[in-house]
Design a protein around this ligand. Structure first.
Ligand SMILES: C[S@@+](CC[C@H](N)C(=O)[O-])C[C@H]1O[C@@H](n2cnc3c(N)ncnc32)[C@H](O)[C@@H]1O
Length: 279
């Protein structure tokens, strides 16, 4: 009999899940938490249901209880979950005007206070963001700087460490001379220059856990990562991020994001997408 899975039905009269799917959702949540450390309760419910629905269809599973049973280390279901859960879209100098401000104003200013600035790229995906930062630092001869690049997804971190999965699409915001200087074609992809590598350390980290380093950062980037989180989870992440900044340090977020009432976190808006910790 050909497989058919019906979309996760809402309970009559209300959005969300039917009672049996509620139980299935709780089982999936437990399995995912145990296997990956990701707590689905921190993510917006409706979006998560849509993603789980797509996973059921893709894995040809009839319901969430079956998905919970299929989730095991190394399983197709877990691989599919991680792929759908971690949306790894990125590009170099994403939102170019903001990156230009970062390169010409923010980083030089931070470096005047600390000539060896410490930077955290949180949710770094396959590396377009930290390698963009490394290019800015090299161009400004700030070779004593360091970048900690973290992501929750171990597979994408391997790609980031290798620095070789860039395509032409990554470079649409990057001036041609910088592409030529810092990337070498390798088949259908481009490899980042060795000169950029010593500036970046990659590490797995879940943003919903306490920060990965005890030292303070001069600059923290957390861009296009928290958009799927609940408001409570987003506030918790912002508390962690702001807490890792040194006084006067800067937080750089995504172009579609804003921090509501930033003073709650000891932050002041500086210009679009940038917030500064009180000095
Ligand atoms: C859309 S990419 C953003 C990449 C880059 N920051 C940018 O703006 O181009 C989102 C990344 O966040 C990561 N991510 C999602 N949830 C996370 C979490 N709880 N902790 C750490 N990283 C997470 C995903 O694995 C993915 O690589």
């Amino acid at each position: 009999m050909p497989f058919s899975h019906s979309p996760i039905p809402p309970a009559p009269g209300q959005p969300g899940l039917s009672a049996s799917d509620e139980r299935g959702y709780a089982l999936v949540r437990q399995r995912v938490l145990a296997l990956t450390g990701i707590d689905l309760d921190s993510y917006k419910r409706q979006q998560m249901i849509r993603r789980l629905d797509a996973i059921l269809s893709r894995c040809q599973l009839p319901n969430l209880t079956a998905l919970a049973s299929a989730l095991a280390p190394g399983s197709e279901a877990l691989k599919e979950f991680m792929e759908r859960f971690t949306i790894n879209v990125s590009e170099c100098f994403r939102d170019r005007p903001r990156f230009e401000l970062l390169a010409t104003e923010i980083i030089p200013e931070l470096a005047r206070e600390n000539p060896a600035p410490r930077i955290w790229s949180a949710g770094c995906s396959y590396g377009a963001e930290p390698y963009s930062l490394a290019i800015i630092l090299r161009e400004r001869h700030l070779t004593r700087a360091s970048i900690l690049a973290t992501d929750i997804d171990p597979k994408i971190l391997e790609a980031a460490r290798a620095g070789a999965s860039f395509t032409k699409a990554d470079f649409k915001n990057l001036p041609g001379d910088l592409v030529a200087r810092y990337f070498t074609p390798e088949g259908a992809h481009f490899r980042a220059a060795d000169a950029l590598r010593p500036l970046i350390a990659f590490r797995q980290h879940n943003l919903l856990a306490p920060p990965p380093a005890s030292d303070r950062f001069d600059l923290v980037l957390c861009r296009n990562v928290t958009i799927y989180l609940t408001e409570e989870a987003k506030d918790m992440v912002t508390t962690y991020l702001a807490g890792t900044l040194r006084p006067g340090g800067v937080l750089f977020i995504g172009e579609t994001e804003t921090i509501h009432r930033p003073q709650r976190f000891g932050l002041t808006p500086r210009s679009t997408s940038f917030y500064q910790r009180a000095a």
